[in-house]
Design a protein around this ligand. Structure first.
Ligand SMILES: CC(C)[C@H](C(=O)O)[C@@H](O)C(=O)O
Ligand code: SF4
Length: 470
């Protein structure tokens, strides 16, 4: 009898090339993808050493972080440093024989974490690597996916492996049913509030339970995307029929006998009864309402009907200090509600919440309504593929008629590395994952929420409970 294993251990087992010492292994990566921002030094490292890319077909490169998202064709990157990053990536792909390059004007361009799954490249049981922290997103399909640093990117390119420090395992069981009006984003923010921004440090988190089962794949992606904000080194959800169907729809090359074999394997990808975890957290989804962040860390959020907590209510002195600082930066007071706080900007976008169902949810609320005077509202689809699908459904017309800007794909205002930058003091409801000081521009104020909450705030001109408009 072999000991029961959890899903993380099962994936590690099939990808361990060699054990290096007690806590470190050489890990094989099935697929690696790169953005123009974190990969250049890794490629130059290879050039300097005269080393090739071992397996050029196992990499995908996409320009997303610095690209302008204005709705113009062709897209031209005016900023010389950014233009250089994009052209360098293209040159590196040509030099090293990487065929999968999605540049600024490629019809499949998009945010790397949206493009990867859309292209059918992520499959259950894979090890998926990228030089970007939100790679945890792909755990939604049952892949062990995580972000790495630049030197590690070089190692992956050269060897298709990684020196990997083993993580602790954490099981978060989310029971109950998510109430009507609460989305995967609200669930993710509520879990993050409970676990805290450092609560999953060094852990690969596996999600299980009825509330997770009932999420769509896109909803699971939102949840896994935000898991890194708890310090996690990975997020995992065991693949079920929904995940199978999703992968089959997107992975055009997987058909016939090969698909049958893959399915047989995917069905083994669940934790054995009695498997060990280093930590366990229980969570009930049934009390969750639409959430919004009040501070400058993604775990500082409240339900829309709740009051902002008193910093003194946090037992941990670091959390208390962070709360004071967050409130000061955001210009908010403890005890007040977020409902009614005036806003000047709304951003619907990012690898957290810019897939088709996110845009559909926002558009459903915006139909027949208009953005409030004084509010600038932008929607940036997660990929050009998502944009095309949304246009085929007429969503662009709804957004435009409501006074939203309908834009091209990229990270955009999620981190303000392109020309979308907020002015100091501008308050924004954003469907993204980070509300750090200055994240959307120096002195700007970010409040994380769901696409429905963002759309409702645009219409009301202030943070509001979208359920009242549904
Ligand atoms: C630029 C990149 C290194 C960064 C990340 O790793 O997540 C970015 O995508 C972000 O969301 O802050
Ligand atoms: S959309 Fe935002 S969170 Fe996602 S990869 Fe881009 S910058 Fe990072």
């Amino acid at each position: 009898m072999t000991a029961p294993k959890n899903l993380y251990e099962k994936i590690l087992e099939t990808h361990t090339v060699k054990r290096l010492d007690e806590g470190t292994i050489l890990l094989y990566a099935d697929i690696h993808f790169a953005n123009e921002y974190t990969s250049p030094q890794a490629f130059s490292g290879l050039v300097q050493r005269g080393a090739p890319v071992l397996s050029p077909d196992s990499h995908l490169c996409v320009v997303d972080h610095i690209i302008p998202t204005a709705d113009v064709t062709p897209r031209v990157i005016a900023d010389p440093a950014s233009a250089k990053q994009a052209s360098t990536m293209q040159e590196n792909c040509l030099r090293f024989g990487i065929k999968a390059f999605y540049g600024p004007n490629d019809p499949e361009q998009g945010i790397e974490h949206v493009v990867m799954d859309e292209q059918g490249l992520v499959r259950p049981g894979m090890v998926v690597i990228c030089g970007d922290s939100h790679t945890t997103t792909h755990g939604a399909l049952g892949a062990l996916a995580f972000g790495i640093g630049t030197t590690e990117i070089e190692h992956i390119l050269a060897t298709q492996t990684l020196v990997y420090r083993l993580a602790r395992s954490m099981l978060i069981t989310i029971s109950g049913r998510l109430p009507a009006g609460a989305s995967a984003k609200d669930l993710a923010l509520a879990v993050l509030r409970k676990v805290s921004a450092r609560g999953a440090l060094g852990c690969v988190v596996e999600y299980a339970g009825s509330a997770v089962d009932s999420l769509s794949i896109e909803g699971r992606m939102t949840l896994c995307n935000l898991t890194v904000e708890a310090g996690a080194r990975g997020a995992l959800i065991a693949p079920d029929e929904k995940a199978e169907a999703w992968v089959e729809e997107h992975a055009a090359d997987l058909r016939g006998e090969e698909l049958e074999r893959a399915r047989g394997y995917w069905r083994t990808l669940r934790s054995d009864p009695g498997a060990h975890y280093d930590a366990r957290v229980e969570f009930d989804a049934s009390g969750i309402e639409p959430m919004v962040t009040w501070g400058t860390s993604p775990d500082q959020s409240v339900g829309i009907s709740e009051a902002i907590p008193e910093p003194d209510s946090f037992p941990d002195p670091i959390a208390r200090e962070a709360a004071c600082r967050g409130l000061r930066y955001q210009g908010l007071q403890p005890g007040m509600k977020m409902e009614g706080v005036p806003i000047q900007h709304v951003f619907i976008g990012s690898c957290t919440n810019a897939r088709l169902p996110d845009l559909q949810a926002a558009a459903a609320l915006l139909k027949g309504r208009h953005v409030a005077p004084g509010v600038r509202a932008q929607v940036v689809p997660g990929s050009m593929g998502v944009r095309r699908e949304a246009e085929a459904m007429g969503l662009d017309r709804i957004f435009r008629a409501a006074g939203f800007e309908w834009r091209k794909s990229g990270c955009s205002l999620c981190l303000a590395m392109n020309d979308d930058v907020l002015q100091p003091g501008v308050r924004c409801v954003s469907t993204t994952n980070r509300n750090f000081e200055g994240r959307q521009g120096a002195g700007s104020r970010t409040h994380l929420a769901s696409p429905q909450m963002a759309a409702a705030a645009a219409v009301a001109g202030c943070i509001t409970d979208w359920r009242k408009m549904a």
